[in-house]
Design a protein around this ligand. Structure first.
Ligand code: LLP
Length: 431
């Protein structure tokens, strides 16, 4: 199996962390998001341990909440010693409602509203990643008005274009995120920030993209960020204590995808940064990373019930599932590949060539095209693997489809963490 927390049990069913997927679907209904908490913890530990080993004290991973935000995730990442990146008032509120310490939050977002800024300051989030001058001015005023000095990172764009799909690249020069180094604007941004009352600049933030497999991209990012930091030191006399390098480590979705060794990648980034700092005579900064996908993607499985197959003679066969782009829009948006198996017949040969189609009235509602699964009967459970990141988080109510429930598995038991949305929940919004 592509992820080693998955197996086939004696009933010939898919087991997730040892628990029968068909029994989960029978108990909690479908579609169903399943999250293997023990796998999330293992991924957290890989980051925490490698960062402690290779980077200066105070370096840490912050979980990128955007990948999977619900209350139940926060006690897990907190107890594993991580912070969290949050990008909206909603994510801040969710983390705080779960009891997550505000000082371990880093508040991102390219267009935070005045209300969100005031709320973040009032709730004493540890740090803001300030995206631009507009926000800087509001934040400085708000922090002063509330009588605090807000720690901030300045978000800059290093102008890199790593190999990944266009919609998730954020580091290139022409970007709506952060302030570009190349045009000289980032230096001016730093100058203004250093003179702004109410804030204390602790360092710089940069994020170059997502689903990146080449360690070289992160080393290039480090080079550019360090060169910028040196310019700021030389021009403005300011030395950064923190480099936040964002997220982006890639995960395999199908067997053909490369596998990234997270610890080795962190070691490579650390030694590259250390050498760069020595060469530039720059004090080694603390490093923050913001992994999202690589913490939760391989811990998630989505279970569907199939309504059966449909063959268009001479063309293709479809496996119809009771969810689709509403719970997983990533194929419709990015043509993202997934590994899909018939969980009810996991021991049978995967020899039925098909396209997996969702239930929405839209021809783009597909989860995968031209794959093979063991031929399903109506009622079989279809498992889509690797759906822990950006699936629940990006789900919608298109076609008035309620969002699925989410169960967490830990130590061989399952517990409901998010109940299934109902049509009544949706109607309750309407006056
Ligand atoms: N930090 C910042 C500032 C980010 O913008 C992102 C992702 C992350 C951290 C986390 O990156 P990760 O480790 O998860 O790659 N919806 C897309 C992914 C968009 C990512 C946006 N930013 C998808 O489904 O693939």
């Amino acid at each position: 199996m592509i992820y080693d927390n998955l197996s086939v049990n004696d009933a010939g069913h898919l087991a997730i962390a040892g628990i029968d997927a068909c029994e989960l679907a029978a108990e909690y209904g479908s579609p169903l998001y399943v999250l293997d908490e023990d796998r999330v913890r293992k991924n957290c530990r890989t980051y925490v341990e490698a960062m402690q080993k290779y980077l200066p004290d105070g370096s840490a991973p912050l979980f990128a909440s955007k990948a999977l935000c619900f209350k139940g995730i926060y006690p897990v990442i907190e107890s594993e010693g991580m912070g969290a990146d949050v990008v909206s008032g909603g994510e801040v509120a969710t983390a705080l409602a779960a009891g997550f310490p505000a000082e371990r939050l880093c508040f991102h977002g390219s267009n935070k509203t005045d209300a969100e800024i005031a709320y973040g300051v009032a709730r004493r989030v540890g740090c803001f990643a300030v995206d631009n001058l507009n926000e800087l001015a509001v934040l400085g005023r708000e922090a002063k008005a509330q009588g605090i000095t807000q720690r901030i990172l300045l978000r800059v764009t290093v102008g890199l274009d790593p190999h990944t799909f266009a919609a998730v690249k954020t580091g290139k020069v022409d970007s709506q995120f952060g302030v570009p180094i190349e045009t000289g604007q980032a230096l001016a941004f730093a100058k203004t920030a250093l003179a702004t009352e109410g804030v204390e600049v602790v360092g710089f933030h940069s994020h170059i993209g997502s689903q990146i497999f080449e360690p070289g991209s992160f080393c290039d990012q480090v080079d550019r960020l360090l060169a910028f930091a040196c310019d700021v030191r030389d021009e403005l006399g300011y030395v950064a204590k923190v480099f936040n390098l964002g997220g982006g480590f890639g995960v395999p979705y199908v067997e053909a995808d490369p596998k990234m060794d997270i610890a080795a990648n962190i070691a490579a980034i650390a030694s590259h940064l250390k050498a760069g700092c020595e060469g530039a005579n720059y004090p080694m900064p603390r490093v923050l990373l913001e992994p999202g996908r690589s913490i939760v993607a391989d811990a998630g499985v989505t279970l569907y019930t199939t309504g059966g197959t449909k063959t268009v003679e001479g063309y293709r066969s479809y496996v119809m599932v009771d969810g689709g782009m509403t719970d997983n829009p990533r194929y419709a948006l990015y043509k993202s590949a997934y590994t899909i198996i018939n969980a009810s017949r996991a021991a049978d040969p995967a020899d039925f060539a098909c396209t997996v189609a969702g239930r929405c009235c839209e021809s783009g509602d597909r989860i995968a095209e031209d794959i093979c699964v063991a031929k399903p009967e109506r009622g079989d459970i279809i498992a889509v693997l690797g759906t822990g990141a950006y699936n629940y988080a990006m789900s919608s109510n298109y076609n008035r489809v309620p969002r699925p429930a989410l169960v967490m598995l830990s130590g061989g038991t399952a517990r409901l963490a998010v109940r299934r949305q109902t049509v009544e929940d949706l109607l309750a919004l309407e006056l």
